[in-house]
Design a protein around this ligand. Structure first.
Ligand code: 1HE
Length: 281
């Protein structure tokens, strides 16, 4: 258990043998647990990730997603790819979409903690999370181009929204791999930490996020990306509806009252920290 106080999950979540899941209060830590295969995503692993995200305990408010071992995730388990026919391949890709949608459009924000290889489907799962924290060892690649295949786990939709279509095109055509510093520069990584510090930083962020009003988490996760896909006029209209819904929750009213009565913290600059540089994006 990398964190003191975290208790191993029980029930459905405890039965998933390719994941290690533990929980401390509102924060759930989900680790990909196939380090001998560099956490390559097999059919069983993708199914278990889906099961985990659609069965999060009611009291969970934030999830930390990390990979066991030196690499976050080596992407698709290539040993399972060769025997699939065309329909099987389409259905396989749709299964990945369902799983990564369950992450991106689930109930609670997910923070990915990245180290070593974040490649292929590993970058696709990281892109479906809401915040990415990286160790200096993290590196990013899309070897699909070199393997003669294409992304199939939502990468063509999510990755350009982080780094831009031109950078993704370059990665796929030339096999370009970039490091954690460029990952932050290109908008894939929001926090780049010192060595061995990303999990702690991820946990700190998860605890902060878990303290937010659930409606705010919902609005950020569900309204924000949809508004980004809408025309400006539709986006502004959706924003008005979402902001009215959020402002009318009892929790928003009590938080606003607390500020007006001097009981809530003011907005403050973060203290300079050696642990993290926040990306300007
Ligand atoms: C794997 C996989 C895998 C490792 N599928 N078995 N992804 C890739 O093209 C990345 C392929 N992997 C690598 O380039 C390297 O393994 C790593 C850079 C990630 C790590 O290198 P290293 O030296 O630490 O490990 P290794 O010795 O290469 O691998 C250890 C074992 O993991 C080895 O198995 P073993 O039985 O010989 O010990 C590897 O075969 C196995 N392994 N990666 C299967 N990916 C929905 S579409 C998504 C499309 C994609 O994701 S394409 C990208 C696929």
């Amino acid at each position: 258990m990398p964190f003191a106080n975290f208790q191993p999950a029980t029930g459905v979540l405890g039965s998933l043998d390719l994941l290690q899941i533990s929980q401390d209060g509102p924060v759930l830590h989900l680790r990909l647990n196939r380090p001998a295969k560099r956490n390559a995503i097999s059919d069983s692993l993708i199914a278990q990730i889906h099961t985990a995200f659609v069965n999060l305990p009611e009291n969970v408010r934030a999830v930390l997603l990390s990979g066991e071992g030196e690499h976050f995730c080596a992407g698709l388990d290539l040993s399972e790819l060769v025997d699939r026919d065309t329909l099987g391949a389409v259905l396989h890709s749709r299964g990945w979409h369902a799983t990564f949608d369950a992450i991106q459009f689930g109930r609670v924000p997910v923070i990915a903690v990245l180290q070593g290889a974040v490649v292929g489907g590993g970058l696709e799962i990281a892109a479906s999370c809401h915040i990415r924290v990286a160790e200096p060892s993290a590196y990013f690649g899309l070897p699909e181009g070199q393997r003669g295949i294409f992304v199939g786990g939502g990468g063509s939709v999510r990755i350009p929204r982080l780094m831009g279509t031109a950078r993704m095109t370059d990665m796929m055509l030339t096999g370009r791999v970039f490091d954690a510093v460029d990952g932050e520069r290109f908008g894939v990584v929001q926090y780049l930490t010192g060595p061995g510090q990303a999990l702690a930083k991820g946990l700190e962020l998860a605890r902060k996020i878990a303290g937010n009003a659930p409606m705010t988490a919902f609005a950020v996760m569900h309204a924000l990306p949809r508004i980004a896909d809408q025309s400006p006029a539709e986006g502004l209209f959706t924003e008005s509806l979402m902001s009215a819904v959020a402002a009318n929750t009892p929790e928003a009213k009590s938080r606003l009252r607390a500020f007006l009565e001097g009981r809530a913290p003011k907005v403050q600059k973060e203290p300079a920290s050696s642990l993290s540089t926040g990306s300007p994006a």
